[in-house]
Design a protein around this ligand. Sequence first.
Ligand SMILES: [Cu+2]
Length: 420
Amino acid sequence: MTDNLPASGLSRRRFLAGGAAAIGGTLIGTRLLAQSPAHASPMLASAPIVHPKKQMHLAGTDGWVSMPASAPDDLPFFPDSLAPSPFNTYVFGFRDVTGMSATQVAAQRGKAQISAPMLSFDEEDDIYLTLTNLGLQQRPDLFDGHTLHWHGFVNAIPLFDGVPELSLAVPIGRDFTYFYRPHDAGTYMYHCHFEDVEHVQMGMTGMVFVRPTQNKAPLHAGERYAYNDGDGSTAYDREFAFMITELWSAAHYRDAHIQVSDWTDYDPSFWLLNGRAYPDTIAGNGNPLVTTAGHLQYQPISSLIRCNAGDRVLLRLSSLGYQNHAMSVDNIDLQIVAKDASLLKGRDGTKNYITTNTVDVGPGESRDVIFVAPSPGEYLLYDRKYSYLENGGGPGYGGMMTKIVVGAPGTYPAQTVANG
Ligand SMILES: [Cu+2]
């Protein structure tokens, strides 16, 4: 091909403007040609695609967290006798070490967080995500690698897909930079794929979502959308994301105490939203660098939903647990607009959204749900399976539950970050 052949009305030279490599230009051109006008977003149709560069740095290691202390002892598994106060449970996990010096990054060994740092990007971003493997402080005998795998992400380049059997894993003391260029908005999840049943259960799981190009040319000024819906039907005022997992105390104990688990015995003790069990789910956001943060220092992501009456609230639900969950809200209609990062619409554009009070989320699945906040008050978002609403068999409510707090209009200022 020569550089001046027209393609969809744009010269290839214009595609290549900005320094994209020839191979990248070819891929972009192919993609544009493959799209029918009905599916091309306004941005794609009218201007060369730009690829803002985003860089982040994560570290994989082990650490200690807290399940609610109100849970009864389940010795020797819970609380773990090796856990430093105020913690009680051994985990593996990721940390956001973006901008840290090499010395600072190394100092995060043994300080993993659950759930993993929440990642959000825009469609067509060029994402350079570096993963450093800091090793396991509690298990120096293990030489496990770590990887990053974006689950459900269809554009993955195999080398950067994080499936160690098909590409590579990051050995201890090394780092590797993954590259992504997401073309499809939606709610995804990411996890380590090395010894995946173990590393996922141990806590190497987190949310990643891709924001639609439609945000850059909104149908109404200032609107944000979950998807390129074409009609504004996924517009929202606030967004809250939930990593749904379970935690089996015995398995975590065995990893800390140099024993192995038979995963067919899987029998969770705690049911988690963003790495926390109720009532910790409704505590505010934290910072793993703040040592005065107390028992939730390494579980920094709040699941408390705060909104104003009339707000359109987007719930991004993703599960990397091993059980099915039925997330429910009483007295508020929930509209499921997408499943597994795919907008629910027919080929003719007809929206097939589902209105319900219970959203089923299976292992490895995601759902995007929008509700309109009703009159001020407190509501619960909870797993309808009541046996998942307890902590370690103890009395009272716990587990996979959080609150929706609705204030009068104007109570809460505009949201600047997800879960904020
Ligand atoms: Cu791992």
